[in-house]
Design a protein around this ligand. Sequence first.
Ligand code: PLP
Length: 408
Amino acid sequence: MALTNQDILEIRKDFPILQRQVNGKPLIYFDNAATSQTPQPVIDTIVDYYSNYNANIHRGVHTLSQEATDKYEEARITVQKHFNAAQPYEIILTAGTTHAINLVANGFASILKKGDEVLVSALEHHSNIVPWQILCEKTGAILKVIPQTESGELDLEAFNKAMTPDLKIVFVNHVSNALGTVNPIQYIIDQAHKVGAAVLIDGAQATPHIKPDVQALDADFYVCSAHKICGPTGVGVLYGKEEWLTKLPPYQGGGEMIDQVTFKKTTYAGLPHKFEAGTPNICGGIATAAGLDYMNNIGFDMIAAYEQQLLKYATKELLTIEGLKIYGTSKDKTAVISFNVGSIHPYDIGTILDKLGIAVRTGHHCAQPIMDFYKIPGTVRASFSFYNTKEEIDIFVASLKRAVMMLS
Ligand SMILES: *Cc1c(COP(=O)(O)O)cnc(C)c1O
């Protein structure tokens, strides 16, 4: 079974924003790798929360507080089941991928010693580079980099050479946001564990297409953002193995994360509250679960198979344009196409496409090291979701041809 054109038309009706016009043209939204659009059931969940049971959680005896607490903790269980985490308290709701990575990097400051090694990949988003650089400055640990190949894959020979007894943690994305490369994370986790290193997987780009099983992967940490999986902005998920979350110190101090507070000594709450200081994004957490429910209803296998059709079709059509070069040609990639046409600046292409109602991203995609590798300032990136269509790709390719004619 596969998603039919009729299924996609039905799915599109769930996304109010897809009905709107931009600059007098029907919106074609191909910036899904930056953020996904929001289906009606998620919008309804947000409206329902603020209309019916908005209250602070965990401390209240009153009905609204209990309802909000129940829904928030149910959301945590939905997330736990989605990722197949062993325990609900291994799921920390954060403000996003960036926040989740900073939480872990900050915790490792008390674990790493001078001379320890940490390993990042050349394909990372800045948010999976900078927190570790800060950590290395603080601790004297050494940051090493797994290089990339021309096709946008990780150089596994170099990776294998970096497996030393000094290695303490590896952080790598499951899928590259700039190129769409799916990285061999199972292999990376297995090899790193052989030398006793922990592994953090940045799943921000994988989770819109793949349902990860953190126990099967044996990942130590797996992080993602709700706004790329049909949920709201400003919410994210940190999965951490119980033994690691127990070992790491709290990230922020405040309400909700304590057990007992006196001026002599404060003891911390257990998991997950130890890492959820202050009033969380309650509505956001609940809406995150609604987004996952929505996508699971369609089915991640169906979503991935359909998006692969779009990727194949768009790649073939784009390559008919003279001078167009695609960056990231890994065999295993998600529906992301990063490209340039001749020496035309990506920004100019993006601006003309916007005039024609088409949303793509241009620039370095928060992955400057990749752009440096290819010696380019940036790319145009079209990223597809399960609510996009072949017809939209046809309009996109025709519009791009017009833009190229105007600009060359
Ligand atoms: C989007 C993204 C991030 C950052 O996510 P935020 O929601 O902005 O914190 C990190 N890594 C990757 C691979 C991403 O795609």
